[in-house]
Design a protein around this ligand. Structure first.
Ligand code: 2P0
Length: 351
């Protein structure tokens, strides 16, 4: 097709160990507090997006997982913001319509960071199509306009989203704290407890929490910054005890905020709570067996019932065998990669 430009990109999922919850500006997606995450290996949980751009296209069109969808407001913002930074030699393309085709290889909107991978991928792909110079334009800021957590999926490894203090959001961006090579023994096990979409979206849940949860305001002012500093120290020192304790306390506090929200948001279910119990028992068992660390595994849950368990390579096969015997219906896929070995179930434990 004459004048056709086409690019395909992949975007990884990230799982926060310091949680983002609550915006100070809904339109610009400016968070109330900093957050920090680990980016999972792109070969496993990922979005893949192809963008085609041609003078013959009559309108912008979008397909997600093979079905047509209207282009929503946040996608429109990313496209318009990307066009502002189009390179001189690609200027002509800004007049052409786009066809955007995305697919996720994991449960969309079930608390598995689908919007993070999706928008990071969309923005990265737009940057390729439009020849945006990444040295000049911070793609994390563009991705943030699609979905807050997406800014952290622009980088691999350990990524810190700094909330910034400006009103226009120019300093609300993500930076890499350390690459995946910093801690190659770290693994993540993803347990897909349910593929169901969550009842309350993150966007609506956050808004409700900001309006009703005193705990959210206390946490964002008094607790998060200290935890960010401790977490960065833990990552740099590869201190699994510190990493695990902060990760679990953050998950607990985020879900406490969800319960403190009025009416409350319930993101975990009974299986999620069983997973927490199992991780605690596993940690106690390892101490009994003479482990030199207090923790051998750390759970974290986002806005859904699915679990992410961080642990180190040496404990992976033992932990997996316990998971398999405790949750016999779970199916597993193993993927080697950085910085995590992801194991996800492809079935609902309790559909
Ligand atoms: C996080 N979550 O830090 C937290 C933990 C869920 C719980 O980021 O409205 O989908 O698009 O900015 O990014 C989910 O929030 O929300 C999220 P928007 P997003 O990963």
């Amino acid at each position: 097709m004459e004048g056709l430009v086409m690019k395909t990109c992949e975007g990884p999922v990230n799982i926060a160990v310091i949680k983002y919850w609550g915006k100070r500006n809904d339109e610009l997606i400016l968070p109330m507090n900093d957050s920090l995450s680990v980016t999972l290996h792109v070969d496993h949980l990922r979005s893949r997006t192809t963008i085609a751009c041609s003078p013959v296209f009559k309108e912008d069109e979008f397909w997600l997982n093979g079905k047509p969808f209207p282009i929503n407001e946040r996608m429109r913002t990313c496209i318009e913001e990307a066009k502002k930074h189009i390179s001189e030699e690609k200027k002509e393309l800004s007049k052409y319509k786009l066809r955007i085709c995305s697919e996720n290889n994991f449960a969309t909107a079930a608390g598995l960071a689908s919007s993070a991978a999706g928008f990071a991928c969309l923005v990265y792909c737009l940057a390729q199509v439009y020849g945006i110079d990444e040295k000049v334009v911070d793609l994390t800021i563009l991705a943030r306009r699609g979905s807050g957590s997406a800014c952290r999926s622009i980088y691999g490894g350990f990524v810190w989203w700094q909330k910034g203090t400006s009103d226009d959001g120019h300093d609300s961006k993500a930076v890499q704290v350390a690459s995946e090579a910093r801690w190659p023994e770290l693994r993540a096990v993803i347990l897909v407890v349910s593929h169901k979409q969550k009842d309350v979206s993150s966007k609506d849940g956050m808004k409700r929490s900001r309006e009703t949860s005193q705990l959210l305001h206390f946490r964002s002012k008094q607790i998060v910054q200290q935890r960010i500093e401790s977490m960065i120290k833990a990552i740099n020192a590869k201190d699994f005890d510190a990493f695990a304790e902060i990760t679990m306390k953050e998950s607990n506090q985020f879900h406490a905020v969800a319960l403190d929200t009025f009416p409350p948001c319930f993101y975990m279910n009974d299986v999620s709570r069983n997973v927490i119990d199992l991780v605690n028992k596993y940690n106690a068992y390892k101490v009994d067996m003479g482990s030199s660390t207090r923790y051998s595994a750390a759970y974290t849950f986002d806005a859904g019932p699915n679990a992410c368990i961080y642990l180190q390579d040496k404990d992976l096969s033992e932990f997996l065998s316990i998971i398999v015997s405790s949750f016999p219906s779970i199916e597993k896929e193993y993927v080697r990669g950085l910085p995590v070995e992801v194991v996800s179930s492809s079935v609902d434990i309790f559909p």
